[in-house]
Design a protein around this ligand. Structure first.
Ligand SMILES: Nc1ncnc2c1ncn2[C@@H]1O[C@H](COP(=O)(O)OP(=O)(O)OP(=O)(O)O)[C@@H](O)[C@H]1O
Length: 863
């Protein structure tokens, strides 16, 4: 698994006023640097911790997961980078003496506590889980490595095995709990080199590296899983330029070294941040710092970098370079592997793992397929639904439009206004201000129609009035009363004309003609009026009807217009809705399309992944088959070989055990024998003492006897010659006897020696033949032989004593001489016994080799 280095920025609280601040936290991801009040630059990291962030939050974001993964066999590294006084130590450890403060303590105490909490939790969850934690603590000072856990200032060397980098000579302390580990850290931290600089009162002059090694063992059924990981927690020395520290002398040398190691670190990071193809050689070995951190930078480790910054304007250059360093770090990819070894029924465990992996792949594939099918189905469903909705809306819209058009046509037909439908049509089609204008035109048109109606009504009324007037003027002639009056007035007038004058009569005749003419005209008029009235009535009726129709049409049209307007509004709304729906559906469709595309892409990538995984799996399987097949074969052979060797070892062990038992037994017996010999020696000494006492007593007795005999010497003087003769005879007999005895003794001694040698030879042969044989038999035999010899010698000595006594009894001077001689012989015999005893002691001590040597010497003696 490859993963990018996580880079977090932390801005410490300012030490100056607001105007002096050049670094502003924009949001959780971005920080802004103002170089000279105008030029601004934004930097984006994985997370920016503002000055008021709690230590707990820093730990949770940057370290918690990594610590947890450490218990799973994944290496982790966290290091704090930044200029002096920017808060690296504050971040890693917390303020001085705050390690047990739940709020102020830094990342190291929190990580240590969390690590053990996790391990103990695992131990509780899994019965067969055990762990081992070891800690090393070193500092890199002037590019030398020193052990912070050892009082002597021995330098440490690095061993690079390619995969691992080990510190040769570093003290590794085993710890059982977080408290112990923190004690170790505390002890080491006190030895770290710090000094006051122009920028920090308590400035770290070295890079401190705390290495926590975690090994776990988990047994599940027949499968044993061993995991190991390393957690590196690094507090780097300040990254500022030398000029800023105002250092000189030793401080300057330190700063130069710090700078050179950090320069190499920067160089490595710059190279690592380039694309893999552009990466040439990474100069890890140019400094101890990068060499130790090799795995953390592009290697097998999850890494987090916390860059610490000072927000003040005076440090803006340092902050900018720190952020550039941070940006480069974000580009680095590490290749993380789980450090895990599975054992037990290895072949089965691999088969099981492969089976599980296959199952996992199948499951993932099935899930992906299901998910894709589900999403596809869903999107298809949505698409069809939207399509149906859109079609329904379209048809509704068409229907409405159709109805509206029908209404417009009807209205146009009924209103005899050819322009109106056009307007309405336009009105319907138009939008915005145009629609308003057309609406106004329609209103004016309607107004004009109303006015025309009004005009028609007015005309009708005028006509009615005129008719009424004309009626009024014609009614007297037409009414029966008028007729009567006219008829009655006619004769009267005629009578009057007849009575009056002929001119009058002529006038009357003219008048009468005129009247007839007028009557004719009236009749015509009446006729006309009748026609007109009928026409009028018809027209009125028609007008009423037309009015009614018109009103009806108008009301209907108004209603329709209202309906249409409403419908229009509705359709507009619907249209809008439809448009929005269409847009929505479009966007949904777009979304769906993008989802589908994404799905397709993810399926493609899944397919690729699957293919990759499958090919990897196949490769792995092939490799495993190749590697493990031969390995398994080899290991099977090795196992059988080992088994046979183990059996042989078992046998040997059994033999050795038996031998050891025998040895123990023989040692016990030896001890017993030694005791016995000691006792024997004591006894012998006692015996010797007794013997000497006896001799002394005998001597005293003899002396007493001698004195007694001296007394009786005179008495015996006569007998002396006789006795001298006798004694001479006895002497010769005694010496003969002594010689015989000595010969016997010698023979016996020789026989004893031969048998002893034989015994020893036999014993040694036995020992040589069977590699081991209880010594006690030989010793017992030796001792019994020696005992016998001692008995013989003692017997001989007692015999000698008896002879001496006899000789003493038999002759004074001669006896005395003889006694002296015998005494001398006895002393010689004692000496011989002593020599033999010494030899015996030497034999006991020297064992087999000595035995051989004694055997040889005796053989040569014998020869
Ligand atoms: N986030 C913070 N909140 C409060 N105080 C801080 C913070 N960061 C740093 N400080 C304070 O600033 C001072 C310097 O911090 P610290 O010693 O951690 O710096 P440093 O980067 O380790 O310096 P050096 O490289 O010289 O060791 C300390 O007194 C520390 O308490």
């Amino acid at each position: 698994m490859s993963c990018y280095i996580k880079v977090y920025g932390r801005v410490r609280p300012s030490t100056s006023s607001n105007q002096q601040i050049a670094l502003t936290v924009v949001d959780k991801l971005r920080v802004k640097v103002e170089a000279d009040g105008k030029c601004e630059k934004l930097y984006e990291l994985h997370r920016i911790f503002a000055e008021d962030i709690a230590q707990e939050d820093v730990f949770t974001t940057a370290a918690k997961k990594m610590v947890e993964e450490c218990t799973e066999g994944i290496n982790g590294t966290i290091f704090a980078y930044g200029q002096t006084g920017s808060g690296k130590t504050h971040t890693m450890l917390g303020p001085a003496d705050s390690w047990s403060d739940p709020v102020a303590k830094g990342l190291i105490p929190r990580s240590v506590e969390h690590l053990f909490a996790q391990l103990e939790l695992k131990a509780q969850e899994c019965q067969k889980f055990s762990f081992k934690v070891n800690v090393e603590f070193v500092e890199l000072y002037n590019d030398d490595i020193f052990d912070l856990l050892r009082s002597d200032s021995n330098k440490i060397t690095l061993r690079d095995t390619g995969n691992d980098i080990t510190l040769v000579g570093a003290k590794s302390e085993s710890v059982d709990n977080s408290l112990d580990l923190m004690h170790v850290v505390k002890r080491g931290w006190q030895s770290r080199r710090t000094a006051a600089t122009a920028m920090n009162r308590d400035s770290s002059r070295s890079h401190a590296l705390l290495i926590i090694k975690v090994c776990t063992e988990e047994v599940t059924g027949s499968l044993k899983t061993n995991r190991s990981s390393i957690l590196n927690l690094v507090d780097l020395a300040g990254s500022e330029r030398q000029s800023h520290t105002k250092a000189s002398g030793e401080r300057l040398k330190e700063a130069t070294n710090i700078n050179s190691s950090l320069t190499v670190l920067g160089r490595c990071i710059r190279l690592l941040s380039k694309p893999a193809t552009a990466q040439s050689f990474i100069p890890y070995r140019d400094s101890h710092l990068t060499h130790i951190l090799k795995n953390s930078l592009g290697g097998n480790s999850k890494t987090a970098v916390i860059v610490n910054m000072h927000p003040d304007r005076s440090f803006v250059a340092e902050s900018s370079s720190t952020l550039q360093f941070a940006e480069a770090c974000t580009m680095i990819k590490n290749r993380v592997l789980r450090n895990e070894v599975m054992s037990g029924d290895q072949e089965n465990s691999y088969k099981k793992a492969i089976h599980e992996l296959r199952q996992e792949i199948d499951e993932t594939r099935a899930k992906a397929r299901e998910e894709f099918a589900r999403r596809l189905e869903e999107s298809e469903k949505n698409y069809h639904q939207l399509l149906a909705e859109s079609t329904a809306l379209k048809s509704e819209h068409t229907e409405l439009r159709f109805k509206y058009n029908v209404g417009l046509v009807r209205y146009a037909m009924e209103a005899h206004n050819e322009d109106l439908p056009m307007f309405i049509k336009e009105y319907v089609m138009a939008s915005g201000p145009e629609k308003e204008i057309i609406g106004k035109t329609i209103a004016l048109e309607l107004d004009a129609t109303n006015k025309r109606c009004q005009l028609l009504q007015d005309q009708r009324d005028e006509l009615r009035e005129r008719l009424q007037q004309s009626l009024n003027s014609t009614i007297p002639m037409q009414t029966p009363l008028g007729k009567q009056r006219r008829q009655s007035s006619r004769p009267q007038r005629r009578e009057t004309v007849y009575k009056h004058s002929p001119s009058r009569l002529a006038e009357l005749a003219v008048e009468d003609d005129q009247l007839q003419e007028a009557e004719l005209r009236v009749a015509t008029l009446e006729n006309d009026i009748q026609v007109i009235r009928a026409k009028l009535e018809k027209v009125t009726e028609e007008k009423f009807k037309a009015e009614e129709v018109h009103a009806d049409v108008i009301s209907r049209l108004e209603k329709k217009l209202a309906d249409v307007t409403e419908q229009l509004i509705n359709s507009e709304a619907d249209n809008d809705e439809l448009v929005s729906k269409v847009q929505g559906s479009k966007s949904t469709l777009d979304q769906l399309l993008t989802i589908i595309k994404e799905n397709e892409r993810s399926i493609d990538s899944l397919k690729k992944d699957r293919q990759e995984v499958e090919s990897q799996l196949v490769e792995q399987m092939n490799e495993m088959e190749k590697h493990y097949g031969s390995q398994i074969k080899n290991s099977a052979e090795q196992i059988s070989d080992l088994k046979s060797r183990l059996d042989a070892y078992d046998q040997k062990i059994e033999e050795a055990r038996v031998l050891r038992l025998r040895l123990e037994e023989s040692q016990n017996k030896e001890k017993e024998l030694e005791k016995m010999i000691e006792n024997f020696r004591k006894q012998h000494d006692d015996d010797r003492r007794e013997y000497r006492e006896d001799i002394r007593r005998v001597k005293a007795n003899m002396e007493k006897e001698l004195s007694d005999q001296q007394k009786s010497l005179d008495l015996l003087q006569n007998e002396l010659e006789k006795s001298v003769r006798t004694s001479n005879k006895q002497k010769s007999e005694a010496s003969l006897q002594f010689e015989v005895k000595m010969e016997n003794l010698k023979k016996m001694f020789e026989a004893t020696r031969v048998s002893e040698i034989e015994h020893i030879e036999e014993d040694l042969r036995e020992k040589l033949g069977s590699m081991w044989r209880p010594k006690e038999n030989a010793y017992e035999k030796e001792i019994s032989a020696l005992k016998k010899k001692v008995e013989i010698l003692e017997k001989a000595r007692s015999e000698d004593s008896a002879i001496i006594n006899n000789q003493l009894v038999s002759g004074k001077e001669h006896k005395l001489k003889y006694v002296d001689k015998l005494r001398q012989e006895a002393v010689e015999k004692d000496a011989k016994i002593e020599t033999l005893r010494r030899q015996l002691d030497a034999l006991q001590k020297s064992g087999q080799g000595e035995g051989r040597r004694v055997l040889r010497s005796r053989n040569t003696e014998g020869n």
